[in-house]
Design a protein around this ligand. Structure first.
Ligand code: FES
Ligand code: FES
Length: 155
C-alpha cells in the first residue's frame, strides 16, 4: 500500500505522519513517534498489552490500522500524567504494587482509564469483567483489580 500523510491528535497534540494507512498504530507509535510505552505482546489482539485509547474507547493498537485513526484523538500511557506528575491511576498501581515485570502495565492502565471514563464507579465484578481481556503473565491480577477499585472508591 502506498504511503499517505495521516493527521490525528496524539496525547493532546496535532500530529502528522507519512506511512502506509494499513500499518498498525502500535508500530507507528513505537517507531515513528518513539512512544515505546505501548507494548507488543501477542500481535493478534488477545493480550491487551498494546491497548491505547482512541476517542475514549480502549482499542488494541496491534489490530488498528493507522488509517482508521485519521482525525481522531489517540491517548497513550505517555499522555496520561501531567506536568511531571503521575495520573491517579498510575499512582494507584504504584500504591497497590499492581505490577511485577511491568510489561502488561501500560495496557492495563489504558484499559482501566477507558473503563473509568464510561463508568467512574465500577463494582469489583464490573472491573474484573472489563479487565478480563488484559493478560498479566506475572499474575498481578488481584492487585491490579484492587488498584482500580481504590480509585473507583475515591470518586
Ligand atoms: S499485542 Fe495487541 S492484543 Fe496483544
Ligand atoms: S506485571 Fe508482568 S506481565 Fe503483568
Amino acid at each position: 500500500m502506498r504511503e499517505e500523510a495521516i493527521h490525528f491528535r496524539l496525547n493532546g497534540e496535532d500530529v502528522q505522519v507519512r506511512v502506509a494507512p494499513n500499518r498498525m498504530l502500535l508500530w507507528v507509535l513505537r517507531t515513528e513517534f518513539g512512544l515505546t510505552g505501548t507494548k507488543y505482546g501477542c500481535g493478534v489482539g488477545v493480550c491487551g498489552a498494546c491497548t491505547v485509547v482512541v476517542n475514549g474507547e480502549a482499542v488494541r493498537s496491534c489490530q488498528t490500522p493507522i488509517g482508521s485513526v485519521r482525525g481522531k484523538e489517540v491517548l497513550t500511557i505517555e499522555g496520561l500524567g501531567k506536568e511531571g506528575r503521575l495520573h491517579p491511576l498510575q499512582q494507584a498501581f504504584v500504591e497497590h504494587d499492581a505490577l511485577q515485570c511491568g510489561y502488561c502495565t501500560p495496557g492495563m492502565i489504558m484499559s482501566a482509564y477507558a473503563l473509568l471514563l464510561k463508568n467512574p464507579r465500577p463494582t469489583r465484578a464490573e472491573i474484573i469483567a472489563w479487565m478480563d481481556g488484559n493478560l498479566c503473565r506475572c499474575g498481578a491480577h488481584p492487585r491490579i483489580v484492587r488498584a482500580i477499585e481504590s480509585l473507583a472508591e475515591r470518586k
